[in-house]
Design a protein around this ligand. Structure first.
Ligand SMILES: [Zn+2]
Length: 254
């Protein structure tokens, strides 16, 4: 029976730990120390490591873990990261050593140029591309690329559980309220997620279905979101990419 644990790292990162019996898999281990602590406390073996993109807060701990556990590591084909031995391309499927689930690779450039998502078994590991009620900054990509990448994730089954890389949810919800103050789904999500934070729990995972009705970056085609973006820009905007670009710039300065 697969269980998924959030291991906090740095200020607001999550390292996702997949555990089945005595075997464990680490997703985006920016730091090896909290992973080692987690494994030691539960007497687990690290069977593999997965990475979504090359940023140090996602792969910084990967070389040390691979050395210590002599386990295979999986990550993006189009990015350079130390100690990656399986380089995954769009559409590639593989069985995750240790937990046995099959994941498929989706190319989602935008936050970084070679960013990938891994999905299967009703799960999505999307790093810093889709966040709960938000999306990643465009460090290496264009708004058009990010709209395309988010669109691929938005088309996954609504019940897919979204495991992203950071606990940014409450700040993202505050921004989403500025964009769509009348969104009732957003208001009820805020109550639910505030309660989780008050109990000291992660707000994650969310679901694709929840993101579709509350995440402004997936809602650039909605008239309310487009109108809010145009008001903020002070000019007419044409098309989803222009709306997305304005919302992304608005969030950067929020
Ligand atoms: Zn990143």
């Amino acid at each position: 029976m697969l269980a998924i644990h959030a291991v906090p790292a740095f200020k607001d990162n999550y390292i996702w730990m997949l555990v089945d019996g005595r075997e464990a898999v680490a997703v985006d281990p920016g730091d090896d120390a909290p992973v080692e602590d987690f494994l030691a406390a539960r007497g687990l073996n690290l069977a593999s490591v997965l990475a979504t993109h090359h940023h140090a807060d996602h792969v910084g701990g990967l070389p040390a873990l691979a050395r210590r556990w002599k386990c295979p590591t999986f990550g993006p084909a189009r990015e350079v990261a130390a100690a990656l031995d399986r380089r995954l391309t769009e559409g590639e499927r593989f069985t995750v050593p240790g937990v046995g689930i099959e994941l498929a690779t989706i190319d989602i450039p935008g936050h970084t140029a070679g960013h990938i998502a891994l999905t299967g078994a009703g799960l999505l590991f999307c790093g810093d591309t889709l966040f709960a009620c938000g999306c990643g900054r465009l460090f290496e990509g264009t708004p058009a690329q990010m709209v395309d990448s988010l669109g691929k994730l938005a088309r996954l089954p609504a019940e897919t559980r979204v495991y992203c890389g950071h606990e940014y949810t409450m700040a993202n919800i505050r921004f989403a309220e500025a964009v769509e103050p009348g969104n009732a789904e957003l208001a009820s999500r805020k109550v639910r997620d505030e309660a989780k934070r008050a109990r000291g729990e992660p707000t994650l995972p969310s679901t694709i279905g929840e993101e579709l009705v509350t995440n402004p970056f997936l809602r650039c085609g909605e008239p309310e979101v487009a109108a809010a973006a145009a008001r903020h820009a002070g000019r007419a905007l044409s098309g989803t990419v222009e709306v997305f670009a304005e919302i992304r710039a608005w969030k950067n300065a929020f």
